[in-house]
Design a protein. Structure first.
Length: 147
């Protein structure tokens, strides 16, 4: 069975629900977990017009703070579930790359993540980090969906 599970979270209600399910699974199987929250950097392709004054440090500070809070919440849930847990918050433009890199560097043998189930134009425009992880990961990925 799986020994170390990566649980990426963005702090959304669905992601929280997925994390709780992952922790229940880990507790039942004796696995440890690695929590990950990615502070998403501002995409350079969406940079304001030349000459516009924008302080991206405020955006990055908010992202960093949110990622830290996500990890504090996951760590508390893991302690309550009596599941060994380490947490990581990192920065990146593409969260799926950080998810895969963290799974590799922490020797995880499963990635457990939520799918927001976007459809149609939303899926096309917003993309799917879950789909990207599924496409690029070399280890199993469990996709948690809640109706």
């Amino acid at each position: 069975m799986f020994k170390k599970i990566l649980i990426p979270t963005d702090g959304s209600p669905l992601s929280d629900s997925s994390a709780k399910a992952a922790l229940e699974f880990a507790a039942a199987t004796g696995a440890s977990v690695v929590g990950l929250s990615v502070a998403q950097l501002y995409p350079f392709m969406l940079m304001p017009e030349a000459g516009a004054m924008v302080d991206l440090s405020v955006y990055e500070d908010v992202q960093d703070t949110t990622a830290q809070k996500n990890m504090e919440k996951l760590k508390a849930l893991a302690v309550a579930a009596k599941v060994p847990c380490e947490v990581v918050s990192t920065r990146g433009i593409h969260p799926y790359e950080e998810i895969i890199a963290t799974a590799t560097s922490h020797h995880c043998d499963l990635i457990w993540m939520a799918s927001h189930g976007r459809k149609g134009l939303d899926k096309l425009l917003l993309g799917s980090e879950t789909q990207r992880v599924l496409s690029h990961a070399s280890i199993p990925v469990l996709v948690y969906r809640q109706h």
